[in-house]
Design a protein around this ligand. Structure first.
Ligand code: COI
Length: 341
């Protein structure tokens, strides 16, 4: 039986589901890419001294493929993810995956797993490109060889219960990234460091952690899995990319949609705690979370509700416009969609 025929498309969450195949490409010990290709989906064996296991030399990407209203499979801005992986590779001293190779690998993997792309309107195929140090190291140094892989898995909403306003825990006890650190790279270690603050937040009834700038702790940085926006008096603000913030593809797309379709005044700037707790609306953006409203934020022990703890009108419009472009329900005036034939 076809492995995808068991999937209940109506109850997809954001969970790992094995699929048919993954793409794999390795370097030789001089860091030169060798021929890559699809291999059966399955575990990967690795040296116990691999750079990724010992020193966290790894980066990833998050993308989605959609079954669109035109009954074809689409990718959303794959060049942006390819480019961000180039930046992550540079920061972590890994060989660059050329953009054309990155997009070819993603395309091959999605096409070979096309039956795992949920039906139109029922979720998406999450695409996870990975780059890691495979070769053995003992002293702290870059690994001698690397692996680039792409796997895919069908997903629904990131947060349980779908798009519902989030309860965020703002923390002064932990930072996500430091100035001049690796915050603007999609380094695996950034996410390892976020697990403990996230555990503490979840244990006390929160959905996610809101991090502050490590050097100026009255300024917002980002949420563990997403960028953050606040709207007040018609001005939409998001923390500027100062090196410690992840340059989100959805963040960039929302900025374009807000400016060019909704004609909002959008500012990439400093965003203070006060901006958030007095906001008319606030929301998070990310490939996984899409555009998710923030309903409440707790600062120290004080809880502040935002947009009456519901979803603001602009937040809903931005998500609607973004997902309508992704699913080809409206014109792609930005040229963001790549259709796979
Ligand atoms: C994504 O939004 O795709 C990400 O990579 C964030 C991840 C923490 C789920």
């Amino acid at each position: 039986m076809d492995p995808s025929s068991n999937i209940d498309w109506d109850s997809l969450g954001f969970d790992y589901y094995p699929t048919r195949s993954l793409y794999r490409m390795d370097t030789n010990t001089s860091g030169e890419w060798q021929d890559g290709g699809l291999v059966p989906f399955g575990d990967i064996s690795i040296s116990p001294a691999a750079g990724v296991l010992n020193y966290g030399q790894g980066a990833f990407e998050g993308m989605k493929a959609f079954r669109s209203a035109k009954d074809r499979i689409t990718l959303f801005r794959p060049d942006m993810n390819a480019n961000r992986m180039l930046q992550s590779a540079k920061r972590l001293v890994m060989p660059k995956v050329p953009t054309s190779k990155f997009i070819e690998a993603v395309t091959m993997t999605v096409k070979d797993n096309a039956d795992f792309v949920p039906p139109y309107g029922k979720g998406s195929l999450y695409i996870r490109p990975l780059l890691w140090g495979t070769g053995p190291v003992l002293g702290v140094r870059p690994a001698p060889s690397y692996t680039f892989a792409v796997f895919v898995t069908p997903v629904g909403p990131y947060f349980k219960g779908g798009v519902k306003p989030l309860k965020l825990k703002m923390t002064r006890n932990f930072h996500r990234a430091a100035p001049h650190g690796t915050g603007n790279a999609k380094a695996i270690g950034n996410y390892a460091a976020s697990l403990y603050p996230l555990k503490l937040a979840k244990e006390t009834g929160f959905d996610e952690v809101l991090y502050l700038h490590a050097a100026q702790d009255d300024l917002l940085e980002e949420v563990g899995s997403a960028n953050v926006f606040v709207l007040k008096g018609g001005i939409l603000k998001t923390p500027k990319l100062g090196g410690s913030i992840l340059p989100g593809v959805t963040r960039d797309s929302v900025i374009h949609i807000a400016r060019e379709i909704l004609h909002l005044d959008v500012r990439e700037t400093d965003v203070s705690i006060d901006d958030l707790i007095t906001a008319d609306e606030a929301f998070c953006t990310g490939t996984a979370v899409v555009v998710t409203p923030i309903g409440e934020v707790t600062v120290e022990d004080d809880a502040y509700s935002i947009a009456g703890q519901g979803e603001g009108e602009v937040t809903g419009k931005l998500r609607g416009l973004l997902t309508a472009i992704q699913k080809e329900e409206r014109d792609d005036s930005f040229g963001w969609i790549t259709a796979l034939d």
